[in-house]
Design a protein around this ligand. Structure first.
Ligand SMILES: *[C@@H]1O[C@H](CO)[C@@H](O)[C@H](O)[C@H]1NC(C)=O
Length: 287
């Protein structure tokens, strides 16, 4: 009996140790692989910096070595300066396959002097169509800013410099699928989407400005690594990580509403003409 409980405590000590080790600031060499772009993506400064570049023949991208179920994922990103029309820089989570889950942050480029659009979406079991778009309250090409995705059993939250801009609640009780069974990887990319990115595709990329480049640093993946070391989702959620059971307090809600009032430029939940058969069920619960 004593033996069993000692082993049980040891098990949790080990879990705690393994979860703190994933909470250290990430080194790109250890955490990710550059997966495409034929040399256009580069890991620099001993793993502290990644630059992705894009020219007329290809973009580039990287993905996490680990897969995760739940976590908080942060990156600092400095976007393409000047004329970035027709380009898309992304930081997102995605599982594999047709019924995949995906949580997207995408930065849609623009002409010099015109603002970037931050485009967000949530796919659950293959179904997306949940776009919300924002302007930013700073020029994202001047400096690095932190963009984060939190995904836990209660909600998904998108953050800009620590300020929540969007929440997707777990509304399984209302029949809305929620990502919880499929392991994801973290992805980032820079690519051309001239047919839709800028002013709905009206403004194309100016390839005389190529190559375009975006820079990433300060990557932190605090997640439940999958498959879990102790076995199964229960062991993974037993880890006492602050992100795992985080919910909004009044301050977070107030800050998110402030951003949404002042900087939201598109919300699918208010776009009735897109959903003639009726609004998606989660919309009635969106604050
Ligand atoms: C680009 O700038 C124009 C003009 O300010 C704006 O209407 C548009 O939403 C901006 N963003 C994109 C991605 O087109």
């Amino acid at each position: 009996m004593l033996m069993a409980s000692a082993l049980f405590s040891l098990y949790f000590v080990l879990l705690a140790i393994s979860s703190t080790s994933t909470a250290m600031p990430g080194n790109f060499n250890r955490e990710v692989d550059i997966t495409w772009g034929n040399g256009r993506g580069k890991i620099l400064n001993a793993g502290q910096l990644i630059t992705l570049s894009l020219d007329k023949s290809s973009g580039s991208g990287f993905q996490s070595k680990n897969q995760y179920i739940y976590g908080r994922f942060d990156v600092q990103l400095k976007l393409i300066p000047g004329n970035s029309a027709g380009t898309v820089t992304t930081f997102y989570l995605s599982s594999q396959g047709q019924m995949h889950d995906e949580i997207d942050l995408e930065f849609l480029g623009n002409l010099s002097g015109d603002p970037y659009t931050l485009h967000t979406n949530v796919f659950t079991q293959g179904r997306g169509n949940r776009e919300e778009q924002f302007k930013l309250w700073f020029d994202p090409t001047m400096d690095f800013h932190t963009y984060s995705i939190l995904w836990n059993p209660k909600h998904i939250v998108f953050y800009v410099d620590g300020t929540p801009i969007r929440e997707f609640k777990n509304m399984e009780a209302k029949g809305v699928a929620y990502p919880k069974r499929q392991a994801i990887r973290v992805y980032a990319s820079l690519w051309a989407a001239e047919d839709w990115a800028t002013r709905g595709g009206m403004v194309k990329a100016d390839w005389s400005q190529a190559p375009f480049a975006a820079a990433f640093k300060g990557y932190e993946a605090n997640g439940c690594v999958w498959p879990a070391a102790g076995g199964g989702a229960t062991a993974c959620s037993a880890r006492g990580s602050s992100w795992m059971w985080q919910e909004f307090d009044a301050t977070s809600l107030r800050r998110m509403r402030w951003v949404q009032r002042n900087y939201m430029i598109y919300n699918y939940c208010t776009d009735a003409k897109r959903f003639p058969q009726g609004m998606p069920p989660e919309c009635s619960a969106t604050p």
